[in-house]
Design a protein around this ligand. Structure first.
Ligand code: NDP
Length: 299
């Protein structure tokens, strides 16, 4: 069967976002006499987190930001991590703070995320920013990066208004599932959130005009889950090892080849939602810097 779906190219889309961010950042730097500043904090040596943190640092530099990566050992105490956050909250060269998740299990991640200055919370996970989104306030500039990136991708297919469209979100995490459901609802989609306790999830997914898969289960969503012509956003990042060959590859939560046969538009893994997440982090840092300048200008 010939392939029919449109490939939503996250890498190209992300580049258009970061190019625009770099332009505005250059003007910000010229006007303010300082660069927008992003600090990324990494605790421990989780290999995937190290890759993400490196990419974020590189992209921040490419956007013309002042970029700081703070690496701490896995046995850092919660008190010491809170002291790092406090120092960054009070650092006038820093506009955005990101504490890379997951944190070691002896640290209460909620306590750390809540300690970040909400105005510097470029991940959008502080309870104030998460609460604003949950109460329908999508004008807050600090929307969580992955969901904001997903909406950007959906807009390339459906425009801003999703009236009349059914959206099904697979996954209810605070990082992806819940916030994307709020953004879809705010764009007038009719939204259903499914999770591990949902019955007949495959049939439910098949009702979706827009299907967002964020479960962390390699290629769970196959052909029979997808309504013909649907837009399929694959958030999952799963590493599959081939024991015989000693190799590994990244796959999403969606069977890409089957989705390309039946869907209307599909995001790939890699080069889909991942680059968009980083691009939106850059956009958030710039917005946080601009908002700070405005706040500090008020007498
Ligand atoms: P979580 O593990 O926090 O949440 C997974 C969700 O999926 C839960 O709500 C869980 O249900 C649900 N779930 C798990 N198994 C099933 C199943 N068999 N059927 C239905 N629902 C199921 O994951 P995240 O939301 O943090 O991440 C999801 C995926 O997205 C991961 O692969 C992650 O690596 C990737 N990711 C990618 C990003 C990117 O930038 N591309 C950014 C963030 C995440 P329940 O609540 O009932 O347990």
């Amino acid at each position: 069967m010939p392939r029919q779906a449109v490939l939503i190219d996250g890498k190209a889309l992300a580049k258009s976002v970061t190019d625009a961010v770099a332009d505005v950042a250059a003007r910000f730097t010229a006007a303010q006499g300082r660069q927008p500043g992003l600090a990324v904090v990494l605790v421990g040596e989780d290999p995937a987190s190290q890759v993400y943190v490196r990419s974020k640092g590189k992209m921040a530099a490419r956007c013309g930001f002042h970029s700081v990566t703070i690496r701490q050992s896995a046995d850092l105490s919660q008190t010491d991590l809170l002291a790092v956050v406090d120092r960054l909250n009070n650092d006038s060269t820093i506009d955005g703070i990101l504490v890379q998740l997951p944190l070691p299990t002896h640290i209460d991640a909620d306590a750390v995320l809540s300690a970040i200055d909400p105005g510097k919370d470029v991940d959008g996970f502080h309870p104030i920013n998460a609460g604003r989104l949950a109460s329908g306030d999508v004008d807050n500039p600090l929307l969580p990066c992955t969901p904001a990136g997903i909406m950007h991708m959906i807009r390339t297919i459906h425009g801003k208004d999703l009236s009349g469209l059914n959206a099904v979100v697979l996954g209810r995490s605070t990082i992806v599932g819940r916030p994307i459901s709020h953004l879809l609802l705010a764009a007038n989609a009719t939204v259903t959130v499914a999770h591990s306790r949902t019955k007949n999830i495959e049939a439910l997914a098949h009702t979706a005009d827009i299907l967002v898969a964020a479960v962390g289960r390699p290629q769970m969503v196959g052909r029979s889950w997808i309504k013909p012509g649907a837009t399929v956003i694959d958030v999952g990042i799963n590493r599959i090892e081939d024991q015989n060959l000693g190799t590994s590859q990244l796959v999403g939560d969606v069977n890409f080849d089957e989705a390309m046969d039946v869907a209307g538009a599909v995001t790939p893994v890699p080069k889909g939602v991942g680059p968009m997440t980083i691009a939106m982090l850059m956009a958030n840092t710039l917005k946080a810097a601009e908002a700070r300048v405005k706040r500090e200008a008020v007498p």
